[in-house]
Design a binder for this molecule. Structure first.
Ligand SMILES: [Zn+2]
Length: 267
């Protein structure tokens, strides 16, 4: 069974006219997607879409890019976090955020989610970007007792990768691994991916281009193909590794029992 632990399906990131086609593709290929959201309206839309397919697992998060709009109104968020199995995508990003989303605002928002994850044993889908951000992210994450952590397309220096892996965090490897042509960026990603232990390895499609729709299952298979070759395993072995890791990560979170059952139903 194919598993994508970091996907987007709401209209902020996906062509709304193509949602039906995308759902048909993931069902036909039995591909479970963790559909991340990036703000409140994106979550409600994702949640609605998830009702149309057993293979769409909705997650609630606010991207740090929008921290300035939310960090002072966190008590007004009416989404019961204990009822959501996964919080994503959340994080800190000093590289791509607009200037008004200041680091202290991003940190306040991030910690709001981390506290909820610690309290309710939720899965986290983390977005961390920028060399200056990595250390802060490690420090902040390390100050909470977190058992189910995913770092999404996270490619920092090998020492940082090792520290996170030693904590038992998971990593979704994405399109950047396949597409980067620039040598320096490409080498950096490959060096980071090399540090990910087999039992922490996950994969992601993330977004589907608005123009020129590609079936998500094809995107995922081409990623698996590349990654399997790089890691020196067969595609089947890699699929098994990702399936096993996903099951270990999701098992025990009551709110998402239906997705655990789907994974347990196997191929
Ligand atoms: Zn994403």
């Amino acid at each position: 069974m194919l598993v994508d632990m970091h996907f987007h399906i709401d209209s902020k990131w996906h062509n709304p006219e193509l949602v039906g086609k995308t759902l048909a593709d993931i069902e036909k290929n039995r591909m479970l997607v963790a559909a991340n959201s990036t703000d409140i309206s994106s979550y409600f839309e994702t949640l609605e879409i998830s009702k149309r397919s057993d293979f769409v697992f909705p997650a609630f998060g606010i991207l740090p890019w929008y921290a300035h709009e939310h960090y002072e109104k966190l008590d007004e968020i009416e989404i019961p976090l204990n009822e959501v199995g996964m919080l994503g995508e959340i994080g800190i990003d000093y590289k791509h955020s607009p200037a008004e989303a200041e680091p202290h605002m991003q940190k306040a928002l991030f910690e709001f989610f981390l506290a909820a994850a610690e309290k309710h044993d939720l899965i986290l889908n983390n977005h961390v970007r920028g060399d200056e951000t990595f250390k802060d992210a490690r420090d902040i994450l390390g100050s909470y007792n977190l058992k189910r952590v995913i770092m999404h397309s996270h490619y920092e220096q090998p020492e940082g990768m090792r520290e996170l892996a030693d904590r038992g965090y998971y990593f979704t490897v994405g399109q950047g691994f396949v597409e980067y042509r620039d040598d320096e960026a490409s080498n950096r990603i490959k060096n980071a991916v090399r540090e990910i232990p087999n039992d922490a390895l996950l994969v992601e499609v993330d977004t589907i281009p608005r123009e020129g729709w590609v079936p998500p299952s094809s995107k995922l298979k081409s990623l698996l193909d590349n990654l399997a070759e790089f890691r020196g395993v067969s595609i089947e072995e890699l699929e098994d590794i990702v399936h096993r890791n996903s099951l270990r990560l999701l098992r025990g979170v009551e709110q998402i029992e239906q997705y655990v059952k789907l994974l347990e139903s196997g191929v």
